[in-house]
Ligand binder design. Structure first.
Ligand code: SF4
Ligand code: SF4
Ligand code: SF4
Length: 325
């Protein structure tokens, strides 16, 4: 039995049911339990009885705003802080209209990275009986033995440094506000990114070359990303053909370089692309670095203000051009 955020979950179920019953939305997009232990999966439903399947727990990883441009009608959607920023970014890009979305905001306490738990206890998913989150610690039971870890040791790196855990843009807030990460957690969240950045250029090149030799070009990283919304992705163009269909490392790397440029100013560091990668390529080391560069050059953070123009759709005459490095 994994920990639920029970009160929040109950509120979500009753609010979602009421929205469908009163005809205020046509669909609810939320999370239900997944088929594997310690997972959840997206639930998109128009049936009020399905709302009893909605869950809120420390494994609600997906950024559900990715579905918004494709689900027609009025939609009630469950969003954590980072997802709400992606939603706001979609509003800024006119990909969705605010009036057709009812935002059910979840004040987020971070998502547990099961692979970190498995490493800490030396057991695999199926050997772990229970994972319980209590305030700032996590209790893990495996083979009848209970071990305790600080939450900071088991959260995904992006959650560790979360800048906006409670959605700013919402219609219904499902719980009490949670606080952004402090400085030391933010630094820990960036440790891997920094380690790569500090590598000599040649070594870094070799690192990425070997990482992208493993890329299958499955496009999972693109498909889960709310910021990757082109109707026709450049990788599928045939005139001209930008990439060979065979996943050679050179083309795989080019795909990620172009993808990262396309999501610059839209990426909210939700971590979904890295989580979705079946071969564990550390994609956040690219996306988060672009996030940092966008912040440094333009003092801009994606999805913070729905009335602001999208970063790459405007310019100021005072913009410098020294960003071409
Ligand atoms: S990045 Fe923040 S809002 Fe998003 S899942 Fe992690 S803690 Fe929650
Ligand atoms: S998810 Fe991973 S393997 Fe698939 S295309 Fe992206 S980087 Fe390559
Ligand atoms: S690029 Fe990755 S981290 Fe950024 S918004 Fe897309 S899925 Fe999230």
């Amino acid at each position: 039995m994994l920990t639920k955020d029970t009160k929040v979950e109950q509120k979500l179920r009753s609010e979602a049911k009421a929205l469908l019953e009163q005809g205020k939305v046509d669909y609810i997009i939320g999370f239900e339990l997944g088929s594997l232990k310690f997972t959840t999966t997206p639930l998109i439903t128009s049936d009020k009885d399905d709302t009893s399947r909605l869950v809120i727990n420390p494994f609600i990883a997906n950024n559900l705003s990715v579905y918004l441009p494709d689900v027609k009608g009025r939609v009630g959607i469950v969003v954590k802080g980072c997802d709400s920023r992606s939603l706001v970014s979609l509003l800024q890009d006119n990909k969705i209209a605010r009036e057709r979305v009812v935002i059910l905001g979840v004040p987020c306490r971070g998502i547990i990275d099961l692979s970190k738990v498995e490493k800490l206890v030396g057991k695999e998913r199926d050997e772990i009986d229970d994972i319980v989150r209590e305030e700032d610690r996590v209790l893990v039971t495996a083979n009848g033995n209970k071990k305790e870890f600080p939450t900071s040791e088991v959260l995904f790196d992006n959650c560790l440094g979360c800048e906006l855990p409670t959605p700013q843009e919402y219609d219904i807030l499902l719980g009490e506000t949670t606080l952004p990460a402090g400085d030391s957690d933010q630094a820990a969240s960036l440790a891997k990114v920094k380690q790569l950045k500090d590598m000599p250029a040649e070594q870094r090149w070799e690192f990425w070359k070997s990482e992208f030799e493993r890329c299958l070009r499955c496009y999972a990283c693109r498909n889960v990303c709310p910021a990757c919304f082109c109707q026709r992705c450049f990788v599928e163009e045939t005139e001209p053909t930008w990439l060979l269909p065979v996943p050679r490392w050179q083309d795989n790397l080019l795909f990620q370089v172009v993808r990262n440029i396309h999501v610059a100013g839209r990426c909210t560091d939700c971590g979904e692309c890295e989580r979705a990668c079946p071969v564990n390529i550390p994609l956040r080391s690219l996306t988060r670095e672009i996030y940092e560069i966008v912040g440094e050059l333009f003092q801009y953070k994606a999805g913070m203000d729905k009335d602001a123009p999208p970063l790459l759709a405007c310019y100021e005459t005072t913009d410098t051009e020294d960003f071409i490095r």
